[in-house]
Design a protein around this ligand. Structure first.
Ligand SMILES: *Cc1c(COP(=O)(O)O)cnc(C)c1O
Length: 377
């Protein structure tokens, strides 16, 4: 039988299990120990994030953000319809109404120019999602945030090691621009820990409360630093922090971030160059990276001209044992939310739901595999 090329294959750097053994041998395997702190300082020093807190998932980090910005029933939160359910669910759990924005023509990210018309006195936050690790138009979004006094929570689940270049020419890491942001280390992302995530606090106003919410609503972290002489229940919260076993795995990955990124970018570029002729013939569209964005090679996708063409493409690849997959179904049309949505048509979001295909993308994907995939188009 021919070899199967999966859509994703988790890459191990080699040190994961020895760091886990070390954590276990140390006798400290609950959260916020040595490996958690190594991961926090890595992100804080490499990207200048003000405060990082590992979580058990990006979903958890988004839920923490919703608590931190005090979402109340009836508050409105603006986000793209073309996103993962957790982006919306985290705010819906606190009673928010989601106001879905459409994607851009040419890029699945939300159309920042369409946001202002959606703002009402009830609007509390904007949640841009950096799809495929490609930045949203953050200058426009941050200007709206200042003008209308809104929080910005970046869903940076896919955006590790990617940047936004502002009108001022400054290169800012994604996840470091909004008041709060959330990353994912799910096994399908660039850097993984099985399940895992991280909350980034950029506005210092949230730093102390974030730690309390993280530690089940207690001031335990302050207690361990000797800042208070006993700890107790001081706020709402939950068990958002991962064990040292997860953090040890993640640390082994972070040590190889650069190597992982370089490899993924090489694969991405091979797809990009190999598929140019098909793009030029108008058979499909390739990702467009705006001037203000960098590429972190989280994903390589193509956009077909129709649902029929996409279905045939996925089938054709599957018959050759190559697993390519479509992505989000517009959330404003989901069984859970379609009756709560305000009825606006979001045609670009629907377009990407019907036509976008993600191709296999993982560290161990060989040059010949990519060549083979391109030839099958
Ligand atoms: C992966 C992903 C999430 C969820 O991440 P988990 O760590 O699995 O909770 C949320 N939003 C986006 C855009 C994602 O890609």
């Amino acid at each position: 039988m021919e070899q199967i090329i999966p859509f994703n294959k988790p890459f191990l750097t080699g040190k994961e299990t020895s760091y886990i053994q070390d954590a276990v041998a140390s006798g400290k395997i609950s959260g916020n120990g040595k490996y958690t702190k190594l991961c926090h300082s890595f992100f804080e020093s490499k990207y200048g994030f003000k405060k990082c807190l590992l979580t058990t998932s990006c979903t958890d980090a988004l839920e923490m953000a919703a608590i931190l910005i005090n979402i109340q029933p009836g508050d409105e939160v603006i986000m793209p319809s073309y996103t993962f359910v957790s982006t919306a669910n985290a705010f819906v759990l606190r009673g928010a109404n989601i106001i879905f924005a459409d994607s851009m023509n040419g890029n699945p990210n939300l159309d920042a120019e369409s946001i202002e018309a959606l703002i009402t006195p009830k609007t509390k936050a904007i949640v841009p999602v950096h799809y495929a690790g490609i930045a949203c138009d953050m200058d426009t979004i941050m200007a709206l945030s200042s003008k209308y006094n809104l929080y910005v929570v970046e869903d940076a689940a896919q955006a590790i090691d990617s940047y936004y270049i502002g009108n001022d020419g400054v290169k800012k890491p994604l996840g470091g621009i909004g008041h709060l942001s959330a990353f994912s280390f799910h096994e399908t992302k660039n850097i993984i820990s099985g399940e895992g995530g991280m909350l980034v606090v950029n506005d210092a106003i949230f730093a102390q409360r974030a730690e309390i919410i993280w530690e089940k609503g207690t001031n335990r972290s302050a207690f361990f630093r000797g800042e208070v002489d006993k700890y107790g229940w001081v706020d709402v919260g939950s068990s958002f922090l991962p064990s040292e076993i997860v953090a040890a795995f993640l640390w082994a990955q972070l040590e190889h971030l650069e190597e992982i990124q370089n490899k993924r970018k090489a694969i991405w570029n091979q797809y990009w160059e190999g598929l140019q002729p098909l793009k030029e013939k108008g058979i499909l569209k390739l990702p467009i990276i705006p001037n203000y964005a960098t590429n972190n090679a989280h994903m390589f996708y193509v956009v077909c001209n129709s649902l029929e063409q996409r279905t045939a493409l996925i089938e054709g690849l599957k018959n050759e044992n190559i697993h390519a997959v479509f992505h989000y179904l517009s959330l404003h049309k989901s069984p859970f939310y379609e009756y709560k949505h305000d009825g606006r048509e979001l045609s670009q979001s629907d377009f990407y739901s019907d036509t976008l295909v993600r191709l296999p993308m993982y560290y161990e994907l060989q040059e010949n595999d990519v060549k083979q995939i391109i030839q099958l188009f």
